[in-house]
Design a protein around this ligand. Sequence first.
Ligand SMILES: NC(=O)c1ccc[n+]([C@@H]2O[C@H](COP(=O)([O-])OP(=O)(O)OC[C@H]3O[C@@H](n4cnc5c(N)ncnc54)[C@H](O)[C@@H]3O)[C@@H](O)[C@H]2O)c1
Length: 313
Amino acid sequence: MTVDGITQIAVIGAGLMGHGIAQEFASAGYTVRMHDVTDEHLETACIQIENNLNTLAENAIIQKESIAPTLRRIQTHTELSRVAENADFVIEAVPEDLALKQQIFEELDSICPSHTILASNTTALMPSQVGLKAERKDKILNTHYFNPPYLIPLVELIRSTDTADETVTVTFDLLTAIGKTPAMIEKEVLGFVGPRLQAALIREAFAIVEQGIASAETVDLVVRNSFGRRLSVAGPFEVFELAGWDLVLAAFEELYKDLNSSSDINPLLCQMVESGKLGVKSKAGFYSWTDDKIQALRDRMNRALIQQAKEKS
Ligand SMILES: NC(=O)c1ccc[n+]([C@@H]2O[C@H](COP(=O)([O-])OP(=O)(O)OC[C@H]3O[C@@H](n4cnc5c(N)ncnc54)[C@H](O)[C@@H]3O)[C@@H](O)[C@H]2O)c1
């Protein structure tokens, strides 16, 4: 199969990630069938997609006239078979529950045509685990998007040892064709690349706060106003190539001995969860949250991401 043979996309799970993924394919001209467990979930997803498209049009990233045709390309069904039976490419974005994902992949395997590629948007599970109960293991891989999928260009592609080269090539070409930036992850490994790097950063951030070196507010201040600014325009290898690896080696020889390398979860993180300090969802974490503050943070992040998308368009 080639990317030209793909016309029908199915998205399973229309939540935070699924609706944005469906929006991306529909915006690129594909017919998309979106599945969720209730009509209410699907209606909410369609409203969110329309809101997202209006925001993109207000910021001149897309044309206002393109919104109605994009929305018409999205159909919704609460029956899995209705979205899967004609699909050429399926992306699953149901909650992070291995048993649920395995069951959905098994069902998709029995419903979809034999050529259909099955992709999971899982953050932490490996394609060999998700596709364990499906027979077409050569046509299964992960396409790991970042939130919000319609504003963050990168998608990590993770293959298992069973995934066929053709599946990887077609998926890579499909994502490129709709304007995403696919990144090939050659080995299936927990956390792929993006989540692994973020986990390393947050482990050290917790250690800094726990040891009283600096507050959480100060950590955020430092990251946002220093290397965080560089990281959106140059990757860590590019940045350190500018500095020179000899200088990096000299600086890290002592520093590495002092960094946190524990494989245990930081006790501060455990305490936060045990005491119900979950962040915005419990309105308390390192910060205290009100609805206005939560909205202000979301707006700040979206404004910056929209600005970056504008510069690219
Ligand atoms: N939220 C993120 O930032 C993020 C980023 C990258 C990847 N992911 C991954 O994407 C996946 C989805 O995450 P999310 O944040 O969109 O979750 P979510 O809870 O917002 O959405 C999941 C959707 O799946 C639906 N669903 C539940 N059971 C279903 C079933 N049996 N059939 C069809 N739909 C069903 C739910 O009703 C819900 O609408 C997870 O695997 C998650 O790890 C999330």
